[in-house]
Design a protein around this ligand. Structure first.
Ligand code: AMP
Length: 143
């Protein structure tokens, strides 16, 4: 299964924030939308970074509640690892495991075209395994 197939089922919506937005506002968005990360984009749509709940926890642990009034750009990860629509689930799993993160923004022709989380990867991989197992069962029954 490819990223394109995952996006066709889950949608290509991505929650983005500007680098100037406060950490508090970003935390509010994560909570309201029940997501684990926001993608940070410049006014021209260019990818600037990614901010996950882990960054917020780290910021508050290091700087206390004053961090919540600081802009997202101070705490986001700037070197964002991305994936492409034709990438396969296995490649995403390897990229997340080796990078030790749980989110991969999808970039399609230089444009942000979705985001895949580790939850999506597990959900779609389990569904794929169930289909493979059912096909094998049918094959054995009809052989
Ligand atoms: P996560 O596991 O996604 O909550 O993120 C853990 C850490 O990795 C945080 O510091 C994030 O900012 C960072 N991170 C998350 N996704 C990516 C990514 N695709 N590329 C680079 N860093 C990331």
């Amino acid at each position: 299964m490819t990223v394109r197939a995952i996006l066709s089922l889950k949608g290509s919506e991505v929650t983005t924030v500007a680098p100037e937005v406060s950490l508090h506002e970003a935390a509010r968005l994560l909570s309201e939308q029940r997501i684990g990360a926001v993608v940070v984009t410049e006014a021209n749509g260019k990818l600037a970074g990614i901010l996950s709940e882990r960054d917020i926890v780290r910021a508050v642990a290091q700087h206390g509640e004053a961090a919540l009034n600081q802009p997202v750009r101070e705490f986001m990860t700037k070197g964002v690892v991305t994936c492409m629509p034709d990438d396969k689930i296995d490649v995403l799993m390897m990229r997340m495991t080796s990078g030790r993160f749980r989110h991969l923004p999808v970039v399609d022709g230089g444009t942000l075209g979705g985001i895949v989380s580790i939850g999506d990867v597990v959900k779609f991989r389990v569904a794929e395994m169930e289909r493979e197992s059912e096909a094998l069962k049918q094959y054995i029954l009809t052989a």
